[in-house]
Design a protein around this ligand. Structure first.
Ligand code: ADP
Length: 358
């Protein structure tokens, strides 16, 4: 069993509901193993600047119910530079931090792997509302975000029904349409648009028209922000205008934006965060590092961070030169099959959304 006297925990990149529950689990599990815990404020910038606070059991009381992150988050480009890394390592040495547990998304895991390479064992916990980390079936925050979208869409549905209107609702998801797809299906959207599957605009408009012809008053479309034409021209807004022009159906537009990132975490997010947080500490004690906690076939497990990052790039069509060089043909075949499985699942669900008549 590996020996650790003190570990650090940080939250970095985009926040997600359930991060606090994971901080609490890491802290309490470590303390129960006789390991001291320090919270690193504002992600990797806290490691660079030595902005730390000791975490005792009472310091993480009453946070399991809260969204956001008590350790705060930030984007810290300096961490990716040799100077930034040198300062971070100095902070670890001066404060006897033997290992780091980093909560966040793929950028955060790149930082964690750099730390491991510089002699500080690190473990990642996937926290992102988008559920877009390919190595894991689930990321902390996704369930809460979907339920927030359901509540918002539900409210808009009611007013659409009163006024016989349509509302096109844009939700977060730059690279991933998971929130739009799952929440769109579950809120009875007439049309859904996601980056992973080509969008048939004419067909979508014809569905709204057909629904209205059949007597449907209130109608909803749920679009992921990732289907946008570019940063300035949001396709969801463009689509709403086209729909109104071509059908005469009064159409409003709503961008839910960051509201979907907040809120008290659901049971699933609290439970997953607690399991992953405690397991991350156990993994460190077992001598594992440079891994990310995952859900695989419903069970909590780990994947090598480098494998997880490359798998992600493969799924998103962003492989870099040399990415696959360090993997065996079997590992590459496994990655390809994971990507195909994931894409097929998205396409199947997308078809389902249209199979349900209007
Ligand atoms: P997320 O973790 O949600 O994907 P970011 O992509 O913003 O969010 O990454 C969070 C932080 O992780 C960055 O601000 C930076 O400090 C660190 N990071 C990102 N990419 C790298 C990298 N290539 N090397 C080292 N650190 C990185």
């Amino acid at each position: 069993m590996a020996k650790f006297r003190k570990i650090g925990v940080l939250t970095s990149g985009g926040d997600a509901p359930g991060m606090n529950a994971a901080i609490r689990a890491v802290t309490r599990k470590a303390l129960s193993e006789g390991i001291e815990v320090v919270g690193i404020n504002e992600g990797y910038s806290g490691l660079i600047n030595g902005d730390l606070r000791p975490l005792r059991s009472r310091d993480v009381s009453n946070i399991i119910t809260r969204g956001g992150t008590m350790l705060y988050s930030s984007r810290c480009p300096e961490f990716a530079t040799p100077e930034g890394m040198a300062k971070a390592i100095k902070t670890c040495e001066e404060n006897q931090i033997d290992a780091v547990i980093a909560l966040g998304g793929d950028g955060t895991f790149r930082g964690a792997t750099d730390l491991t390479n510089h002699g500080i064992p690190s473990i990642g916990i996937p926290c992102t509302i988008d559920n877009d980390i390919s190595a894991t079936e689930y990321t902390i925050g996704f369930d809460t975000a979907m339920n927030t979208v359901l509540n918002m869409v539900g409210a808009l549905r009611e007013t659409c029904e009163s006024h016989a209107r349509c509302n096109i609702i844009e939700v977060m998801g730059r690279d991933s349409g998971m929130i739009a797809l799952y929440a769109g299906i579950s809120s009875g959207a007439v049309a859904i648009a996601i980056p992973e599957v080509p969008f048939d605009e004419a067909y979508a408009i014809s569905r709204f028209q057909h629904a209205r012809d059949c007597g449907k008053r209130g109608m909803i479309g749920v679009f992921a922000e990732g289907v946008s034409l570019d940063r300035e021209h949001k396709y969801s807004e463009v689509f709403g205008r086209k729909l109104e022009e071509q059908t005469g159906i009064e159409t409003k537009f709503a961008r839910l934006g960051h509201i979907v990132r907040g809120g008290s975490p659901t049971l699933r997010d609290r439970l997953t965060a607690t399991q992953m947080g405690a397991n991350a500490v156990s993994c460190l004690l077992e001598g594992k590092s440079n891994v990310v906690m995952c859900v695989h076939e419903g069970r909590i497990t780990t994947a090598d961070i480098n494998y997880a990052l490359v798998l992600d790039r493969m799924y998103k069509g962003r492989l870099k030169d040399g990415d696959l060089d360090r993997f065996s043909p079997d590992a590459i075949a496994e990655m390809k099959s994971e990507c195909a499985y994931k894409q097929a699942k998205m396409e199947r669900l997308y078809r389902l959304s249209f199979d349900i008549g209007v």
